[in-house]
Design a binder for this molecule. Structure first.
Ligand code: GDP
Length: 444
């Protein structure tokens, strides 16, 4: 997960003030020094760091803080507000055309994630507005890009217009646009070619496509892992092509996050989306305030809820709730639930979106080992259908058979069944509205 070390360092810098009743100018100076270093180490652009620390310092030395009864809290509030401002203040959605189609053109270097983003965006448009997009395969330099887009199109049931790799991208876009108009598609997503570096040929081609397609949006896709390079790329593209927004991909990776924090301030172009994984659902609308909360370790419940809603099938959820109440939750449901939860991404990242969790001791050690999940699934798959539906059938000889069949020991099978029964009991209690034994003490 991005920003990990930045979060820790910012929290440490601000945490020192918490123990103090009154804050002096030298306390603020000391804190600002640490914040400045933390940002520089996170690879945030120097100008952005200077501007940010200047604003925070001025406000931190103002009367609202020094005379306040809880100066440390006031400072956290200021840092949060200034960070939100640096990130762009408000979420900016897709600019829609008054008449169809709305044309969205992707741009960016090779490997930044343009093709993947085109698929993710189509998926989101279909889910949110039942859109009927057409995707145009304009990346003729990376032959695999066309196949990749076609595979995404098949998964999403979205048409992909392509003419192979022997036709110029400008001609492909021209004919693709014609098809979109004829078929009355409401969105056209144009995947364009990238290069390893910015060069004149690339820019010329993109300018021609822009001229022809008159896109409502030119979204520049940049890879968060490339740090300051992403900021330089964004600046060049903006100067030469004029972009309407930025998409930052691979924020799920181990990036220090500097690009995400600098791009808006350096280019003036809003960050519209962030990519948080390789799956089609791993796309978040960028909300500066939520991102700031997340960076400061204050959690991001809204994104967590949206993520759960997006990944969760409502019908299945209702069915599960009914089963929990009736205590008929069986091993088939167990597997389904494991898959759903694993599909939402690493558990440790989800937990960190819950406010306060970031500071929980031991949170770093919460890891769900995908191999462990696979082992559990193998055990369930070694059961007969009758056993999966009725766990009480599992006598010792059946357990031995399951152990042998799934390549585990009987001890492991026993442990898994015990865990299953315990969680089933807990879910039943919770679905009846009472806290399971022990949980009330945790929260009380
Ligand atoms: P393009 O050359 O710009 O079209 O880049 P691709 O869409 O082919 O993406 C390059 C690689 O990055 C692929 O392996 C993608 O699966 C991966 N990728 C794209 N977006 C993300 C993301 O948000 N997170 C992660 N982890 N990988 C991504």
């Amino acid at each position: 997960m991005a920003f990990e070390s930045l979060t820790q360092r910012l929290q440490a810098a601000m945490g020192k003030l918490r123990k103090k009743g009154k804050i002096t100018e030298s306390d603020v100076t000391e804190m600002m020094r640490e914040i400045r270093l933390a940002l520089l180490e996170a690879d945030v652009n120097l100008q952005v760091v200077k501007q940010f620390t200047k604003e925070v310092r001025t406000r931190a030395l103002g009367a609202e803080v020094l005379d306040s009864l809880s100066p440390a809290q006031q400072i956290v509030k200021i840092v949060d507000e200034e960070l939100t401002k640096t990130l762009g203040t408000e979420a900016v959605g897709i600019e829609k055309s008054p008449k169809i189609p709305t044309v969205i053109m992707m741009a960016g270097l090779q490997g930044a994630g343009k093709t993947t983003f085109a698929g993710k965006l189509a998926n989101q448009l279909i889910k949110n507005e039942k859109a009927r997009p057409l995707m145009i395969a304009g990346d003729v330099y990376r032959p695999a890009a066309i196949d990749q887009l076609k595979v995404l199109g098949q998964q999403l049931d979205v048409p992909v217009f392509d003419m192979g790799t022997d036709v110029s991208p400008v001609e492909i876009v021209r004919q693709g646009m014609e098809q979109a108009r004829a078929n009355k598609n409401d969105y056209v997503l144009i995947d364009t070619a990238g290069r390893l570096h910015i060069d004149e040929a690339l820019m010329d081609e993109l300018k021609q496509i822009k001229e022809l397609a008159q896109p409502n949006e030119i979204l520049l896709v940049v890879d968060a892992m490339t740090g300051q390079d992403a900021v330089n790329v964004a600046q060049s593209f903006n100067e030469q092509l004029g972009i309407t927004g930025v998409v930052i991909t691979k924020l799920d990776g181990d990036t220090r996050g500097g690009a995400a924090l600098s791009i808006r301030a350096v280019t003036g172009a809003p960050i519209k989306f962030v990519g948080s994984g390789e799956k089609l659902t791993d796309l978040e609308v960028f909300h500066p305030d939520r991102m700031s909360s997340r960076i400061l370790g204050m959690g991001d419940m809204l994104t967590l809820i949206e993520k759960a809603q997006q990944d969760y099938d409502e019908k299945k959820a209702e069915e599960l709730a009914r089963k929990m109440k009736e205590n008929s939750f069986d091993f088939n449901d167990f597997i389904e639930q494991l898959d759903q939860v694993m599909g939402m991404g690493p558990i440790e990242d989800l937990l960190k979106m819950i406010p306060g969790m970031n500071q929980m001791p031991g949170i770093e050690n919460v890891k769900v080992d995908p191999k462990d999940v696979e082992r559990k699934k193998a055990m369930v798959y070694s059961m007969t259908p009758a056993e999966r539906e009725d766990p009480d059938l599992l006598n010792p000889s059946r357990r031995r058979r399951i152990a042998a069949g799934s390549g585990n020991s009987v001890v492991e099978v026993n442990r898994m069944i015990k865990q299953f029964k315990e969680s089933r009991k807990m879910m039943q209690q919770m679905s009846k509205g009472s806290m399971p034994a022990g949980m009330d003490q945790m929260f009380g």
